[in-house]
Design a protein around this ligand. Sequence first.
Ligand code: ADP
Ligand code: MG
Length: 246
Amino acid sequence: MNVEEILKTEQLNKSYENGLKVLNDITFSLKKGEVVVIIGPSGCGKSTFLRCLNMLEPVDSGTIRFKDRVIDRANKDVYELRQKIGMVFQSYDLFPHLTILDNILLAPIKVQKRERSEVAKEAEELLKRVGLSDKTKVYPRQLSGGQKQRVAIVRALMMHPEILLLDEITAALDPEMVREVLQVVLELAREGMTMVIVTHEMEFAKAVADRVLFMDQGVVVEEGSPEEFFRSPQTERAKQFLNMFH
Ligand code: ADP
Ligand code: MG
């Protein structure tokens, strides 16, 4: 494996119990510091792919490597790996009965066994960076969707992930809140965070991606730089898909 590659899949195949084949021979690699954006029609397998990368789903065949290790789902390594590959979803999944600060501190204290005082300091710094330093003591219901999603990003960052997977994190937000969340992601990209991002925000994809993958029906149909891909998509399927956004 190339030293720069941090995550690599070879010929991943995945079906669900009903026999539906959702991922078809996906070979993919991600370099440290790279931002890959995955786009494609609803139901084409984007979320399934991200969940497989994070070992939240078993695959039928193929391998996933993180750095120099082939990940075996049966192995305890998976727990360690999930900490190194953070994920943020469309629904923020904050605990309603915990304050924002406690939501953020939960995993670092419980899972990573870190000291509350140390992680609280870090949490406050991160909340400040995303413009939420005054929200430590409030509850999720007191925040807007965009604020909750920024908290969810901070919660993922608290685990010091080496890779972040973002699955349509603005899809449930009102338009005026999309920007504040995407801004945070753009800043993370600028700072060199390695990310795989699924989004339907095409302008954002252009701005943030080092590389774009277009998926359809469980297959990576096209792959290229955002400039190439958005200017001159090669396949009919990609052209049709992009036309929906004009
Ligand atoms: P996308 O994120 O691109 O919209 P998904 O990965 O969510 O696509 O879904 C891909 C396909 O797999 C869809 O046909 C979806 O209905 C199906 N699917 C997703 N999750 C499950 C599941 N847990 N069980 C059975 N089928 C599923
Ligand atoms: Mg999805």
